[in-house]
Ligand binder design. Structure first.
Ligand code: ATP
Length: 745
């Protein structure tokens, strides 16, 4: 047991627990006597003394005593201005209000204000005849009230009760004093009254001689004044403008009520105790086209608990689900919640146009516009030195999101674009006029072409690495591509973008899947520094369709609506779901809306820019013209067919290469090791397995060629060892047959 832990008094009824150390009282007392630090009994801090039988209370009274160890910092009230400042610093408010930080947000807020007051004004203006009638009706009462108040004042009727009391008490002295005071008061007030009446008379004569409009204006003013003075205290003249639901104010009562309706026991407990347990560290304000409330949840309740019940929160706030966005504040404690309540559902709100839709070029070394968040702020992505993974269930806007990135890349004339859409619907055909390589289809040929591109990029990694390594240090200080290097055509270090839609077709392909996974992983890991960017979109984010080596290494992740935690975490990364980043909370209506990770420090909710087909085509045409002018149109975009794809490695040829002519038969696992040495990118995965699995993999690959593995016996250390193996003559026969068929065809 730690020495600072209070230990039970050995003399008490409670015997020390097993394993506890019994402290020798005399020794400890002697030690404490040497301790020069006085015990501060007034402190409220945790006492860390050992149970020694207190000195003051006597040895056997069971009271704990010992050295007081202060665990709380000195209180701010104790005149410690530094602590006080630090306390205040914790809650410092931003100098520029949230809504004024971005142009779009400021515009939205001002527009909202204008609409709000325009509506209030229109509401009151249409009711003005009613107000005039009300005022006229109240004016006589206002006149009577004014006359009565004036008369009471002039003749000092307020003092009457005091004088009557003096008479009743038979107190002539007080009565005389009060009467004298009243006479003096009434004399002075009568003079003021006469002056006021004369002024009124003069004003009346002036009005009588004034133009008619002035007479009417005076009468209206008088009626308004008297009507206002005659208003009953409980019935205000002006009706409150009833605000439409979408601009209804959010206030602390509504938020507290909604949080109380979530069914979270700790919140209910805290509220039952009298206090709400829910506090608001900042005022509830307008923030873009909605309201923003910052809330400290009761102790022990986390933002994730609330995010989990977003639908209940929306019900509690009486707002559509698409308007309610609870978010954590990552730099604060896990109980600090921001609830942003939009005026309109995010999916229905008018989305600003994509900034590059009509004019402008992109530079992949700078953030490119991608979409807008729920507050209407532009969200941009820096593609350079990163990779992107987009995941969603079908028809949620994955291809539209990918299209935004492809078009942005097309608008950077330096970027070489390779686009493969493996569904075969031509969703990305807009890229065809600008793409160096383009493929559309779910067939083996398109997938093979896609793998060829991955191989080319993989090879390009080596070439670029060598080029970068050979450059002088001053040109490439960080050993990565810079905008200046990318612009030098001779170096071939321009941005290279490979976008693959429906990449699950690629990674789950029987023949190419494994190789594609390995190539993609290598490109994702090493490509960014060399200007190679991989953008993958999938509607099946599971372990088979998205290799973990790929999903674990992507930097920018966009997850539109998915059905479960597994898919959510495959796209957004492990623990995303646990941390409250849940794309499962989106509804079918939330098309194009998803969680975006990696573009900023905190997760963002973003709706990708909506670019319809005609707009996309116009953008692609603009990009093509710009590339043509810059002399940067290459590949299929100018009709250059891909070079005859170096037919993928041929297993039979490779077998003949690794089994020398003099070796009639070879063990399968030995052959696999040799193949892996020959082409690690193709056969490397086989070689990482046990000997039996190596032999099975080779046997399965040989089956389509009509070759069966055989038992091969060898003498090892004087013993005969049998293993599965390959008969070289069978391979040679298959090769001859293949070549004969090819030349005949
Ligand atoms: N940002 C957006 N704003 C509004 N609607 C969108 C947005 N993005 C996509 N949509 C709508 O969602 C529909 C589906 O989009 P998309 O074709 O991109 O889905 P998908 O996930 O690629 O589907 P699939 O899995 O079948 O390929 C589109 O027809 C479009 O109308």
């Amino acid at each position: 047991m730690d020495e600072t832990t209070p230990t039970p008094n050995p003399t008490s009824d409670n015997a020390p627990e097993a394993g506890a150390r019994v402290v020798d009282l005399d020794t400890r007392r002697a030690e404490r006597a040497e301790d020069t630090q006085p015990a501060d009994n007034s402190a409220t801090d945790v006492s860390s003394g050992e149970a020694t039988g207190a000195d003051a209370s006597g040895p056997d009274d069971g009271v704990l005593s010992g050295t007081v160890l202060r665990v709380d910092p000195p209180s701010a009230e104790g005149g410690n201005w530094l602590a006080e400042l630090a306390e205040r610093d914790r809650t410092r408010r931003p100098i520029v209000p949230e809504w004024a930080k971005s142009r779009a947000e400021a515009e939205a807020t001002l527009k909202w204000l204008a609409a709000f007051y325009a509506r209030v004004w229109a509401y009151q203006a249409t009711r003005s005849p009613k107000y005039v009638l009300k005022l006229t009706g109240r004016a006589p009462r206002g006149l009577a009230r004014t006359l009565s108040t004036f008369t009471r004042w002039v003749f000092d009727w307020e003092g009457e009760p005091a004088r009557v009391t003096a008479v009743q008490r038979n107190d002539p002295e007080t009565y005389l004093k009060l009467s004298r005071q009243r006479d003096a008061r009434v004399r002075a007030r009568l003079i003021i009254a006469v002056l006021a009446l004369v002024t009124l008379l003069v004003a009346g004569i002036l009005v009588a001689t004034a133009p008619t409009w002035a007479q009417w204006a005076t009468l209206a003013g008088l009626i308004c004044l008297l009507g206002w003075l005659g208003a009953p205290a409980d019935r205000p003249l002006i009706d409150r403008a009833v605000l439409p639901t979408q601009v209804q104010r959010l206030d602390s009562d509504i938020v507290t009520r909604a949080l109380g309706a979530l069914g979270i026991a700790e919140i209910n407990k805290a509220r039952k105790g009298g206090a709400d347990g829910i506090t608001f560290p900042a005022p509830i304000t307008r923030d873009g086209p909605g309201w923003r409330a910052e809330v400290d949840l009761p102790h022990g309740v986390t933002v994730t608990d609330v995010v989990d019940r977003r639908d209940r929160l929306a019900s509690g706030l009486r707002r559509p689900l698409g308007c309610v966005w609870p978010e954590p504040v990552n730099e604060e404690h896990p109980g600090r919640l921001v609830i942003w309540v939009g005026d309109r559902e995010m999916s229905k709100a008018k989305q600003p146009a994509w900034p590059l839709a009509k004019t402008g070029a992109a530079d992949l070394f700078k953030p490119i516009p991608f979409g807008h968040d729920q507050r209407g702020r532009l969200i941009s992505l820096l593609l350079m030195f990163d990779n992107v993974l987009i995941g969603a269930m079908p028809r949620q806007g994955k291809t539209f999101a990918l299209r935004v990135l492809v078009l942005a890349a097309a608008l950077d004339v330096l970027a070489e674009l390779r686009v493969f859409e493996l569904k075969g619907t031509g969703d990305l055909s807009i890229a065809q006029p600008v793409a160096h390589r383009y493929g559309s289809g779910a067939d083996d040929d398109t997938i093979a072409a896609c793998v060829t591109n991955l191989r080319e990029l993989h090879k390009e990694l080596e070439r670029r690495a060598k080029t970068i390594a050979s450059l002088p240090k001053d040109m490439c200080p960080e050993n990565k591509v810079t905008p200046e290097l990318a612009a030098k055509k001779s170096l071939g270090l321009h941005p290279l973008v490979l976008a693959v839609d429906e990449c699950q077709e690629l990674f789950s392909h029987d023949t190419y899947g494994e190789e594609a996974g390995k190539l993609a992983e290598a490109i994702i890991k090493r490509g960014p520094a060399m200007g190679i960017i991989l953008i993958l979109a999938t509607q099946r984010p599971d372990a088979k369709s998205l290799p973990t080596g790929v999903s674990a290494n992507v930097g920018i992740r966009l997850c539109l609506r998915v059905m479960g935690q597994l898919e959510n975490d495959m796209v957004l990364g492990t623990s995303a779901y646990k941390n409250g980043i849940r794309a499962t909370t989106f509804t079918a209506k939330d098309k194009g809306i998803g969680y975006l990770l990696g573009a900023a420090d905190d997760p963002q909710i973003v709706r990708s820019a909506y670019i319809d087909a005609p707009t996309a085509e116009a953008i692609a045409e603009r990009a093509r013209a710009a590339r043509q002018a810059a002399g940067r149109l290459t590949g299929q975009a100018i009709g250059q067919a891909p070079e005859e794809a170096p037919a993928g490695p041929d297993l039979l040829d490779d077998l003949l290469a690794v089994i020398p002519a003099g070796e009639a038969k070879a063990w399968s696992h030995v052959v696999v090791d040799r193949l892996a040495e020959l082409r690690p990118e193709t056969y490397g995965a086989w070689a990482e397995q046990e000997n039996d699995a190596k032999a099975s993999a080779l046997s399965a690959a040989l089956k389509p060629h009509g070759i069966r593995t055989v038992q091969v016996a060898r003498r090892v250390d004087g013993r005969t060892v049998n293993n599965r193996g390959v008969d070289r003559s069978e391979v040679a026969t298959a090769v001859t047959e293949r070549d004969r068929t090819r030349s005949a065809g």
